[in-house]
Design a protein around this ligand. Structure first.
Ligand code: SF4
Length: 272
C-alpha cells in the first residue's frame, strides 16, 4: 500500500474552499473544558446532536461539574444520558474518569493545562479506560489548547474521495491514526501563516486554532455533503440542526447548490 504525498499547499486550498462555504466559528465545539471533556466521551459511536442533548440533560439534572459526576449514582447517571449509544457503559466510564481527574488534578483545566507537555498528557489520557486516540486528541485540542489534529472517519472518507494526492486511495482508510495525524499536522504547520491570514479568532494559539478549524471544516463537509452513502456533490447539502452546528444557515432554502470541493474532487467529477 503506497502512501499519498502530502501537499501542504493543496490542503490549504481545500481548507480555503471549505472555509468560504461553511464560515468560521471559534467556538465550533462549544462549552467549558468540562463540557468538552464530557461530550468527547458521549459522542463516541453516537451523533453530535444526541451527545449535545445528553450534556443538556446532565446540566438540567444538576450534574454539571466534575465533582457532581464523580459522586453521581451510576444508575441515575446512565438514565440521564440515556439518549446516547452505550449509555450504561459511558456512565460508568464518565464517573470513573471524573473520579480520576478529581483525585489527580482537581479539574479538567489542570489535567489539560497548556504548560503540561502534550505527549505526557496524551499518554495519561490514553492510559484511561474508554479514551482512544481520537477522543484524547479532541480533549487535548478543544478542551485544552494543545496542538493535536483530530483524525476521524469524516477526514478519512473525504480524502479517500477527493483523490489527487498520489498513493493508494485505500490508504486514507487503512493508515494508522498516527500516520494520518502527522500528515495533517505537518502540512498545516508548513502553511500556518496562510491559515492565520484567513482569520483564526480564537483564544487558542494560532497552530492549535488552525488544527481545530481544519477538523471542524472536514466534519461540516462530512455532515452536509460528503455523506457516507450518496454524497451530495452537485446538489444542496443536508441542512444543519439549529443549535448543534455553526453553519445552521448553510444548505437551507436553496442557499447551497453543490459541495465546495466539487471542482477539485476526483470522485465528485469536477476534477476529472
Ligand atoms: S465532491 Fe462529492 S465526493 Fe467529493 S468531497 Fe464533495 S461530496 Fe465528497
Amino acid at each position: 500500500m503506497s502512501t499519498p504525498t502530502p501537499e501542504p499547499q493543496r490542503l490549504f486550498d481545500l481548507y480555503r474552499r471549505l472555509r468560504d462555504h461553511f464560515g468560521y466559528a471559534p467556538d465550533w465545539w462549544p462549552g467549558s473544558p468540562f463540557d468538552i471533556f464530557v461530550t468527547a466521551v458521549l459522542v463516541q459511536q453516537c451523533d453530535w446532536a444526541t451527545a449535545w442533548e445528553a450534556l443538556g440533560r446532565l446540566h438540567e439534572s444538576g450534574l454539571s461539574s466534575l465533582d457532581d459526576l464523580a459522586a453521581a449514582d451510576e444508575d441515575t447517571l446512565a438514565d440521564t444520558i440515556r439518549p446516547v449509544a452505550f449509555h450504561a457503559t459511558k456512565a460508568e466510564r464518565l464517573r470513573s474518569l471524573c473520579r480520576y481527574v478529581v483525585r489527580r488534578h482537581g479539574s479538567v483545566a489542570n489535567l489539560l493545562a497548556r504548560n503540561r507537555e502534550t505527549p505526557v498528557v496524551r499518554g495519561e489520557l490514553l492510559s484511561l479506560p474508554g479514551i482512544g486516540e481520537e477522543t484524547a486528541d479532541a480533549m487535548l485540542s478543544f478542551a485544552g489548547q494543545h496542538p493535536r489534529f483530530v483524525v476521524d472517519a469524516y477526514a478519512r472518507r473525504a480524502f479517500m474521495r477527493i483523490g489527487g494526492f498520489g498513493g493508494d486511495r485505500d490508504w486514507w482508510f487503512r493508515a494508522p491514526y498516527h500516520e494520518l495525524h502527522d500528515l495533517f499536522y505537518d502540512a498545516i504547520r508548513a502553511e500556518l501563516p496562510r491559515y492565520g491570514r484567513c482569520g483564526l479568532n480564537s483564544q487558542a494559539p494560532g497552530f492549535t486554532a488552525a488544527l481545530r478549524d481544519v477538523h471542524a471544516q472536514l466534519t461540516e463537509l462530512g455532515k452536509h455533503h460528503c455523506l457516507k452513502s450518496a454524497p451530495r456533490c452537485r446538489g444542496q447539502g443536508v441542512a444543519g440542526w439549529k443549535g448543534y452546528f455553526h453553519c445552521v444557515d448553510h444548505c437551507r432554502d436553496g442557499a447551497c447548490t453543490e459541495c465546495p470541493l466539487w471542482e477539485v474532487c476526483e470522485t465528485g467529477g469536477g476534477a476529472a
